[in-house]
Ligand binder design. Structure first.
Ligand code: PLP
Length: 390
């Protein structure tokens, strides 16, 4: 027999669980892509995506994943040899830097290890750049590997009078943590469909300010990446550079209705914050009995709302045990110095207290089965947070 039979619980940081409603919204025959109706519907979805990001700026959608979003941005704001500063807090920041370096961009990395970017160090670096050679300051709002969360308004403040564009990857944070693109002075924002947005992978979004648009075309701007063609599109096919991903547009409409119109963004963010705290409470209790079990980000204000990275002896074996015996799938210890003894618990998008308590309870069972030493009372601690925040 297997105790894994039943609905699977996926707690990996993307693709995240897709609500049945969203899957049903996709279950439609393709309509006439030259008709007025779909063009109008697409515009409504674009308007909702701007509300989600807190912006009245421009929006270019791309068929692709987060990596495609990164490349789209680089191809619109840089020419080969241009200098940029990337603030790295984990695997995703490093991968982003490598991708841009391969495009011939002069990427300078400021590595903050397993901590969010420090505005003070950024200000010092920019003060040395008297000729304003640095064209952009770039960072992940949440680095999904370490679960470090950056303070975007503090980063903007540290840029002071420097003319560099502020470019933020919100792939693991949009729809989970607050984002006020215009109020916070973010010039370029990148996200993708498969994490906080609760849709299948396949679409990347780039919102960009008029200041970023003023750069015009660069030596890297090719027709598929050109954001001017998409954001200013008059015809539906222009938005998408060809056939629109029709079923994905229906999915997005349904998911955005759930987030913006039904739950409301403030409640969405508060839910993610409470779920994150629930995981932290359990890990702290386990760690009280075993110092090798600990959250990757020590300072609570620097932790993400959407995913929690931790060290745990035997994490790889625990992950395997959980998927074989309980139906719970946790995230791998991506980018950790010792990946076999690290894992990540995702709590992004379509996730509630029941799913999270199930994951934590299954972890308790797995640690018992594998004799992993740990402190007691983790589930009581987690339940206490749910009780207090509900
Ligand atoms: C998932 C993720 C990416 C990469 O997105 P893909 O869709 O896998 O290409 C980039 N940045 C962050 C912060 C992510 O979480």
């Amino acid at each position: 027999m297997s105790l894994a039979f039943g609905p699977p619980v996926i707690a990996i940081p993307g693709p995240s669980p897709v609500p049945d409603r969203v899957l049903r919204a996709m279950h439609r025959a393709s309509p006439d892509i030259y008709g007025e109706e779909l063009a109008e519907f697409n515009l409504q979805v674009m308007a909702k995506l701007k509300r989600l990001a807190g912006t009245g700026a421009n929006l270019a959608p791309y068929i692709g994943n987060g990596h495609a979003g990164w490349e789209a941005v680089a191809a619109n704001i840089f020419s080969p040899g241009d200098e940029t500063l990337l603030l790295v807090s984990g695997h995703f920041g490093s991968s982003w830097a490598s991708q841009m370096a391969e495009m011939g961009i002069a990427v300078e990395v400021m590595d903050f290890g397993c901590a969010p970017a420090d505005p003070g160090r950024l200000a010092e670096r920019l003060a040395q750049d008297r000729e304003n050679r640095i064209r952009a300051v770039m960072l992940c709002q949440t680095d999904t590997a370490t679960s470090a969360a950056a303070d975007i308004p503090a980063i903007r403040a540290a840029m002071d009078q420097h003319p560099a564009l502020l470019v933020v990857d919100s792939i693991a944070s949009l729809g989970c943590s607050p984002m006020h693109m215009d109020d916070w002075g973010v010039d370029v924002l990148i996200s993708a469909s498969q994490k906080g947005l609760m849709c299948p992978p396949g679409i990347a979004f780039v919102w960009f300010s008029d200041r970023a648009a003023a750069r015009g075309r660069t030596a890297l701007t090719t027709p598929v990446w050109d954001w001017h063609l998409r954001a200013g599109a008059e015809a539906l096919w222009r938005f998408w550079g060809g056939t629109p991903p029709v079923q994905h547009i229906f999915a997005l409409d349904e998911a955005l209705r759930m987030l913006l119109d039904e739950e409301g963004l403030d409640a969405v963010w508060a839910r993610h914050a409470a779920l994150a705290e629930t995981v932290w409470a359990a890990v702290d209790a386990w760690g009280a009995g075993n110092p090798d079990i600990r959250l990757t980000i020590a300072d609570p204000v620097s932790r993400a709302n959407s995913v929690t990275a931790l060290s745990l002896p035997g994490a790889s074996a625990l992950r395997q045990w959980l998927s074989a015996n309980t139906g719970v799938t946790l995230g791998v210890g991506l980018g950790a110095s010792d990946p076999d003894n690290a894992l990540r618990v995702a709590h992004m998008g379509y996730c509630n207290a029941a799913m999270l308590m199930a994951s934590l309870g299954a972890m308790e069972a797995g640690m018992a089965a594998l004799s992993i030493p740990r402190g007691r009372g983790a589930l009581e601690a987690a339940a206490g947070i749910v009780a207090a925040r509900a």
